[in-house]
Ligand binder design. Structure first.
Ligand code: SF4
Length: 200
């Protein structure tokens, strides 16, 4: 409802439980390597901002996550960018979190990057292992998702994963994010729908 305060310590559980694959992938890369490259930080920082993580908590979260660097390096190289995403530096713009359309078409990731949309930007092998790792999808469920991806229907694939992983909350095939067939167009809408179902 926009009034819940999200803290740095809550991010891990919230993302693992409610986030779409693009954000789970950024989170697990950050956790595993202690780093994210520029566009990955940009995509994830704005997602966390819109999720309700206040800037002070974002700074705590990123400082903890970048576990291989000194405070000095963090303050010099990353603090500004994180605050910039919150509209507190430079031109002080209120940057919105990136929609799926923007993630799919802008700033195409290279081989070393972890930003982007896994449905569009991962190889079939990497996508399959990501689906198994993050959602425990069965081979049959994975085949269904991969068929949508092959046709270029990335949002359909993402929506179907939402449905499969919310079956316990009563979500059936074709019901989408809102029970009436809404498909995924924004990572934060995916998150909010998942979070709402958990409150019901
Ligand atoms: Fe993220 Fe959108 Fe791709 Fe889903 S379809 S993984 S929300 S960019």
């Amino acid at each position: 409802d926009g009034t819940t305060t999200v803290t740095a310590g809550m991010v891990d559980a919230l993302v693992k439980t409610h986030a779409p694959l693009c954000m789970k992938n950024l989170h697990s890369t950050l956790t595993a390597t202690g780093h994210l490259k520029h566009y990955g930080r940009l995509q994830y920082n704005l997602f966390l901002k819109e999720l309700g993580l206040p800037v002070e908590e974002a700074l705590v979260f990123w400082r903890r996550s970048f576990k291989h660097i000194t405070d000095d390096k963090f303050n010099k190289e990353y603090r500004y960018n994180i605050r910039h995403g919150y509209g507190l530096e430079g031109r002080r713009m209120n940057y919105p979190a990136k929609s799926c359309a923007r993630i799919l078409t802008q700033d195409q990731p290279g081989p070393q990057d972890s930003h982007g949309c896994p449905f569009r930007h991962f190889s079939t092998t990497n996508l399959s292992s990501a689906m198994a790792q993050h959602y425990g999808l069965s081979p049959a469920e994975q085949s269904e998702i991969l068929a949508s991806v092959k046709q270029g229907h990335y949002h359909v694939a993402c929506t179907r994963i939402f449905e499969i992983t919310h079956q316990k909350q009563g979500v059936k095939k074709g019901q989408g994010l809102d029970g009436r067939g809404e498909t995924v167009t924004h990572p934060n809408r995916y998150f909010e729908s998942s979070w709402k179902l958990a409150q019901a």
